[in-house]
Design a protein around this ligand. Structure first.
Ligand SMILES: *Cc1c(COP(=O)(O)O)cnc(C)c1O
Length: 384
């Protein structure tokens, strides 16, 4: 082997020793069903973020409208009429002035935070925030403090001590946290943002389509839709397509179109994808029963595992259900045992989650059946 890459081989070996190596595994999804095929075996899929079964459905039921390439950045020739329509639809759903699309949710976080927060500004970021928020903070020239997960007294103390030293302060948080499914204390964060003249940015990647009466996200569910000025979302989870978006005041989206490098210097979303996303958004708005079904399944699973597993207490049963196991090896072994029972549940290990909290992360979809949930519950109880 080329000796110049020995250091990489060594690092991979060390990861292996920690039971932390990851590999790409080809897994065939089945149109219309929450099932994947791995090594020729069918597994019920509890690992996807297709919370409303939209992605699985799309491949069978959606005719393609438009091309699979957009040809250029949105600022050159890549911005299609259907992209404008989707932006308008999203802004309306989110009850904001405006919306701008990004190539992915990752790019939306990265490009928004790094464009808005400048030298002389301060960013307060939750310790459990998504990697794309962390990287957006790192790219920004602003000063950054990471506060302990959901610790609003820490946020208050930081604001009290440091607010006056900075031109602007941004508080950035996931709304629904991806690895625990718990909620950010958005109401208190809104109060703090008001009190200390700061700007709250919420990442609704796991909220959009799932929470709130109209399904627009956790901000709606918690009654702070009009108090969180900038919200970031993805088209790739409940919406079942691909892409990211930012909603907020017109001046903010105008500014992003001029300053956000991950949007300006990346090819725009292709029209076929945008029209699939638009059709899915409309369907999600028109079919609240999908969300209701998702919460019922979540409650069903929680009820059936309650005697064996202590889950974090939640006022609303979300679609992400974490089963914290502890060590990497145990989590991988537990995941393998579920696979042997025909159930795909990914083992999530550090650095995605804190050391010693490796877990099985169950991701529910309204397309799962009661019987599939019961099979999962039984297998999870069998691990204890
Ligand atoms: C998945 C995710 C993203 C990134 O969205 P993509 O569209 O997949 O790039 C951003 N934030 C959070 C919290 C996520 O879970």
């Amino acid at each position: 082997m080329d000796a110049r890459f020995d250091w990489i081989a060594k690092q991979l070996k060390q990861l292996d020793g920690e039971g932390a190596t990851r590999q790409l595994m080809p897994r065939q999804s089945q149109p219309g069903r929450m099932v994947i095929q791995s090594d020729g075996i069918d597994l019920v899929n509890f690992g996807s973020n297709d919370y409303l079964g939209m992605a699985a459905e799309q491949s069978t039921q959606r005719p393609e409208h438009g091309s699979m390439g957009s040809g250029a950045s949105a600022l050159v020739t890549g911005f299609s009429p259907v992209a404008l329509q989707l932006q308008q639809r999203l802004a309306e759903w989110e009850a904001t002035d405006s919306c701008v699309l990004f190539p992915t949710g990752f790019a939306a976080n990265l490009g928004t935070i790094s464009a808005l927060a400048e030298a002389g500004d301060l960013i307060l970021s939750d310790a459990a925030n998504h990697a794309s928020i962390i990287d957006g903070c790192r790219l920004s020239k602003a000063q950054r403090f990471v506060y302990p997960h959901n610790d609003t007294s820490a946020v208050a103390a930081l604001l009290e001590t440091h607010r006056r030293r900075f031109a602007r302060v941004f508080i950035v948080t996931d709304s629904v946290f991806s690895m625990d499914g718990d909620f950010a204390p958005l109401e208190t964060l809104c109060d703090l943002a008001d009190r200390y003249d700061s700007i709250l940015i919420a990442d609704e990647a796991h909220g959009t389509g799932v929470f709130g009466d109209s399904g627009s996200g956790l901000c709606e569910h918690l009654g702070v839709k009009h108090r969180v000025p900038i919200r970031i979302g993805t088209l790739s989870k409940a919406i079942g397509a691909m892409g990211g978006f930012v909603v907020g005041p017109q001046v903010v989206t105008d500014y992003l179109v001029n300053r956000s490098r991950s949007m300006i210097f990346s090819t725009a979303l292709p029209p076929a994808l945008v029209s699939a996303a638009l059709a899915n958004v409309i369907q999600i708005q028109e079919e609240p029963q999908r969300r209701a079904q998702l919460f019922e399944l979540s409650q069903r699973l929680r009820d059936r595992v309650a005697s064996k597993w202590r889950l974090p207490p939640m006022s609303t049963p979300g679609q992400i259900v974490p089963f914290v196991v502890g060590s990497n090896e145990e989590a991988v072994r537990a995941s393998q045992r579920l696979a042997d029972a025909g159930l795909f549940v990914p083992a999530i290990r550090p650095p995605t989650v804190p050391k010693g909290t490796a877990r099985l992360r169950v991701s529910l979809s309204s397309s799962h059946s009661d019987e599939e949930i019961d099979r999962l519950a039984e297998a999870l109880c069998g691990l204890r």
